[in-house]
Ligand binder design. Structure first.
Ligand code: NG1
Ligand code: MG
Length: 509
């Protein structure tokens, strides 16, 4: 089969906007491929970035999140070459020079201590093959075009890993179900040394046009499409990039991975306080999460009470979430309330009758070492459970069918509370993120928050469609023209733009 550029109809079903520009992009990619490799590609694999509407830093706690796929994406044009060599090039060859690997050898070797663009490709490749227990794949030529800003909190990395897995799947005649592929992609990204959760990859692979995704991770990965209501005024999301690059290569060991460790140690101490689950300090057992502690606590409690609220109806399911999460917030206060200043490693280990080394092993810190003197378990746990409550509530409001102004304000308020919690309790915001949120709210956004890991990167704003231009103009005037006066009009359009939920990963043949 020979690749042909997707039709305008196909493109408009994916991108809604700027179809002409997208059509040119696909055509450019095919002819650049031809220039480099001497023929047209067989197919193009596409995986989108995502914006997280609400539910920050709780995917790795096993708690639900609420992202959506967006239009900016990563494309990889591919052609099998009948050898055992993999050639990987990037349309931005200045910044990302071409690489070559052996399909059975060095493509599996990832040095997470070097900041190297092709590491994400290797993650995708290795993750898929390790999952299938295979050691060798078919050689191919590949050319990548990434349109998700790197280090911007819109998951350029997940788009890259997911597009790679799609490409490698097809070349090797593999066809995994979507949820399986999403879990494989989530674990695969950890090879670069970030102890990440599975939100980004799931949103990229399973995104649905017009819907956000309510993603649950425990007991199994499950993504439920939740339609954002067609209301009047129509709802829009504006994304604004601080242009402060938050690169996981830098922020991993000193920010992100610390939070993962804090929530895991928090889960261990909380479990001990609640008298449940003695956890062996061992590498082969999954680290305890807040979600597991909550489930175990209620299963013990319900058995004791002789009642069970493991009901299946959706409405009662929401009530159960709300009741349980509220109870956990009280238990968090009981466990950690007297120690807002945080704990040292020695104190936490002593609380668990472990040595500091055993504690590190119990939370799998050895694979992702972190540097910190104090661990703020109270604030991190308060954030995690309250953020999960906001996620559940957000979904509930979306599904209520109410489209009054109050309803938008309620959604916006949840986003604003999430931002406060990220800033004050989870400490993953920064001055520029806070500033963008304040400007947008003043200009008419219902709610504004950081999106993604934070410490830089992007913000997301819930805006009535009629106010999108006001919000964008205010951001341009009060933020970008002051801090980044040298930006071109095109750069500015990439930094601040409106978006709607887009569809997930796919192929073009
Ligand atoms: P970013 O840095 O935006 O790609 C990260 C994690 C997610 C999630 C969010 C915070 C990766 C690949 N992704 O996203 O799993 O934990 O932060 O909610 O590290
Ligand atoms: Mg990322």
């Amino acid at each position: 089969m020979v690749y042909t550029v997707p039709t305008a109809t196909e493109l408009s079903s994916i991108y809604s906007l700027n179809v002409d520009a997208q059509s040119q992009r696909y055509a450019r990619l095919a002819s650049a491929f031809d220039c480099i490799y001497g023929s047209k590609p067989d197919f193009v694999a596409r995986a989108p970035g995502r914006v997280n509407i609400i539910g920050e830093h709780i995917d790795y706690c096993g708690l639900p999140v609420f992202p959506m796929a967006i239009a900016p994406d990563t494309l990889i044009a591919v052609r099998a070459n009948g050898t055992d060599r993999i050639h990987l090039a990037n349309v931005n060859s200045q910044k990302y020079p071409a690489r070559e690997f052996n399909s059975a050898g060095d493509v599996f070797e990832i040095d997470s201590t070097v900041h190297e663009w092709s590491n994400y490709f290797k993650c995708g490749y290795r993750g898929l093959f390790e999952h299938l227990g295979r050691k060798k794949g078919m050689g191919f030529d590949a050319l990548l075009d990434g349109a998700v800003p790197a280090g911007g909190g819109l998951s350029s990395s997940a788009a890259f890993v997911c597009a790679t897995q799609l490409a490698v799947q097809r070349v090797n005649a593999i066809d995994l179900p979507q949820t399986e592929l999403a879990s494989v992609a989530a674990s695969a990204e950890r090879y670069v040394g970030v102890n990440s959760g599975g939100m980004d990859q799931t949103a990229s692979i399973m995104g649905r046009q017009g819907s956000a995704l309510f993603i649950e991770f425990d007991p199994v990965l499950k993504a439920t499409a939740v339609k954002l209501p067609k209301s009047d005024p129509v709802l829009a999301f504006v994304i604004a990039n601080t242009l402060v690059v938050s690169d996981k290569y830098v922020t991993g060991p000193v920010c992100y991975n610390i939070r993962v460790v804090e929530t895991r140690i928090g889960a261990l101490i909380l479990a001990k306080n609640l008298g449940i689950g003695d956890r062996p300090a061992c590498r082969d057992v999954d680290p305890l999460t807040f979600k597991t502690v909550m489930d175990e606590f209620f299963s013990v409690k319900d058995r004791g009470d002789g009642n069970s609220d493991n009901d299946n109806s959706e409405a009662e399911g929401v009530e159960t979430w709300i009741k349980r999460l509220n109870t956990m917030l009280k238990e968090v206060q009981r466990a950690f309330g007297t120690r807002p200043e945080g704990y040292t490693r020695e104190e936490m280990a002593a609380a668990l009758d472990m040595t500091p080394a055993e504690l590190s092993t119990a939370v799998h810190e050895d694979q992702f070492p972190v540097r910190a003197d104090r661990f703020k378990l109270l604030q991190r746990a308060q954030h995690a459970f309250s953020e999960a409550l906001r996620v559940v509530r957000f979904r509930q409001i979306c599904e209520s069918g109410d489209t009054s102004t109050d309803y938008f304000q309620a959604l916006g308020e949840l986003m604003n509370q999430s931002q406060d919690s990220c800033r004050d309790l989870f400490e993953c915001s920064c001055a520029e993120l806070d500033e963008l949120c304040q400007i947008a709210r003043r200009a008419g956004a219902y709610g504004s928050r950081l999106t993604g890991a934070g410490w830089g990167g992007c913000t997301v704003h819930l805006v009535p469609a009629s106010n999108v231009d006001d919000v964008k103009d205010a951001l341009k005037q009060e933020y970008y023209s002051k801090r980044f006066p040298e930006l071109s009009a095109e750069e500015l359009e990439c930094a601040v733009f409106a978006t709607v939920p887009g569809c997930g990963a796919c192929y073009y043949v």
